[in-house]
Design a protein around this ligand. Structure first.
Ligand SMILES: NC(=O)C1=CN([C@@H]2O[C@H](COP(=O)(O)OP(=O)(O)OC[C@H]3O[C@@H](n4cnc5c(N)ncnc54)[C@H](OP(=O)(O)O)[C@@H]3O)[C@@H](O)[C@H]2O)C=CC1
Ligand SMILES: O=C1O[C@H](COP(=O)(O)O)[C@@H](O)[C@H](O)[C@H]1O
Length: 494
């Protein structure tokens, strides 16, 4: 870790947008867990900043219900809030940031002091906030780092404008672009699975792999908050960032070292081998209410009063992507994501080719390596085996690494905990670099424009279903075979 030596000095973590939803639901709980677990620099001050005039006690009241406090941790929880302050101020007036600067400076005794700014603010105030941080709040005795959340623009042009703006204020190493999927255990494990196992490396290519499905499913819709979602849609919300990031980790070449820039160089390289997606590569859907469902399930996307009438914004999408390099040419990477589906699930399915020259009557099913990101981290390899006993039958089975069974004591931290700690230690391995972002928009912008300009009608699917039936046809077109015969024998404990 780069900056552990710095941990002896004062640090200030400024949460801009401290009155908002993300702050109360995610960021306050995360900094509390990091504080509780004693992994942050001892002398860290947390300052919430937002326009709302409120006391720290009110901030605490609003976020308390999202923060787990286990028995025996009550006094530590009180200490955490003692390390907090709240300051009300505008986002656009320099004078308010000068006051913020004075406030931070009070805690910065000694030769060195570092500052981290977390921007949990809407994109509309983004430029004002960053300019004012630069003009009035830069650390003079240590580093200044800024953490930013998506959306990083809504197409190539707006994203580049934002990147240029940021680049005019900060060096790339000061900017931490969060894609919280990069903080998830199994996404971080991809590098290890791929490059620390000789068994996978030689078969990870077009000679052996038929297709790769990278999938995100969520069992709830927009639930009255579709107004924001409608201007983005599922492709910008999930596919262009989370799923494409996973794709680049699954497909990239081995980096020279584990240095963050070596890894990100390889991620960019693989993205550069992908042509912009075309309409023919895409299927989009939008959920409709389920008349037999309960509560929210009865409501379709267009029933959400915050969604414009007749909106064609996709809430579901499948895209087939080809990587035009010698490892992957001809292998479809299928990205699939949707809201209001039958389950919460994010996973990667690496489907191997059919066994050539089959000698078995039962016909072997394809091997499939499943990397389940959530819920319940797991890695399992579906394979064929002889059925135990006198018979000589083929049987589908699996090598199963289910984390909850194998690592009972392990505490898998939340993505945000890892990522915020990474900012303190200065490791950018799990953050999105400017050139990765540029490539991601290059791949998706043309098709997003075509969807909007041609007003492409999404295929309807029912709330709580697996998505539009047409999506399975699309998967089959991209050489993803579902046999439907696999039965998982859930292990029983002895
Ligand atoms: N360690 C563990 O926890 C393990 C758990 N299991 C569990 O066993 C169960 C089955 O294993 P799994 O690998 O999912 O194997 P299956 O081959 O049974 O299912 C794979 C997935 O295919 C999708 N599917 C269903 N119908 C179709 C269709 N008509 N066309 C295309 N795809 C379809 C479903 O996901 P979707 O709707 O997303 O398309 C399904 O989850 C799962 O619940 C799995 O979690 C298995 C092994 C280990
Ligand atoms: O970035 C986003 O991710 C969430 C899903 O995150 P998860 O960690 O719960 O899987 C999604 O609900 C949201 O629409 C999207 O913006």
């Amino acid at each position: 870790m780069e900056n552990k030596a710095d941990f002896q000095y004062p640090h200030t973590f400024v949460l801009l947008g401290a009155s908002g939803d993300l702050a109360k639901k995610k960021i306050y709980p995360t900094i509390w867990y990091l504080y509780r677990d004693n992994v942050l620099p001892q002398n860290t001050k947390f300052i919430g900043y937002a326009r709302t005039k409120q006391t720290l006690e009110e901030v605490k009241e609003k976020s308390k219900k999202y923060m787990k406090v286990r028995p025996g941790e009550e006094s530590k929880f009180d200490q955490f809030w003692e390390a907090n302050d709240y300051l009300a101020g505008s986002y656009d007036r320099r004078i308010d940031y000068e006051l913020l600067n004075q406030h931070i400076s009070k805690y910065e005794k000694g030769p060195r002091a570092n500052r981290i700014f977390y921007l949990a603010v809407p994109p509309t105030v983004f430029e004002d906030v960053t300019v004012n941080i630069k003009n009035a709040c830069i650390a003079i005795k240590g580093y200044t780092r800024v953490i930013i959340e998506k959306p990083f623009g809504r197409d190539d042009v707006t994203s580049e404008k934002l990147s240029n703006h940021l680049a005019s204020l900060f060096k790339e190493e000061q900017i931490y672009r969060i894609d919280h999927y990069l903080g998830k255990e199994m996404v971080q494990n991809l590098l290890t699975i791929r490059f620390a196992n000789q068994i996978f490396s030689p078969s990870w290519n077009r000679e052996n792999i038929a297709s790769i499905l990278i999938s995100f499913k969520e069992p709830f819709g927009t639930e009255g908050r579709g107004g924001y979602f409608d201007s983005f849609g599922i492709i910008r919300d999930v596919m262009q960032n989370h799923l494409l990031q996973i794709l680049s980790l699954v497909a990239m070449e081995k980096p020279v070292t584990l240095n963050p820039d070596d890894i990100r160089d390889e991620k960019v390289k693989v993205l550069r081998h992908i042509k912009p997606i075309e309409l023919k590569d895409l299927l989009v859907g939008q959920y409709v209410g389920n008349p037999n469902g309960q509560g929210e399930e009865k409501l379709g996307y267009l029933d959400d009063p915050t969604v414009p009438k007749g909106s064609v914004t996709p809430t579901y999408a499948v895209a087939g992507i080809y990587i035009n390099n010698s490892r992957w040419q001809g292998v479809p990477f299928i990205l699939r994501c949707g809201k209001a589906l039958n389950e919460r699930k994010a996973e990667v399915r690496v489907q191997y080719k059919d066994v050539p020259g089959d000698i078995f009557e039962g016909h072997p099913k394809r091997n499939e390596l499943v990397i389940r990101v959530q819920p319940g981290e797991a890695l399992y390899l579906k394979m064929m085996s002889k059925s135990p006993g006198m018979k000589f039958d083929l049987m589908e089975t699996e090598l199963d690494l289910t984390y909850s069974m194998r690592y009972r004591e392990a505490d898998v931290p939340d993505a945000y905990e890892r990522l915020i700690l990474d900012v303190f230690t200065g490791t950018q391995m799990h953050f999105v670099r400017n050139d990765e972002l540029k490539e991601a928009w290059r791949i998706f912008t043309p098709v997003l424009q075509q969807l909007e300009e041609q007003h492409i009608q999404p295929v309807p699917y029912t709330y709580g279903s697996r998505g539009p039936p047409e999506a399975d046809q699309k998967l089959a077109e991209y050489n993803f075979k579902y046999s439907g015969s696999y039965k998982w024998q859930k292990p029983t404990l002895h």
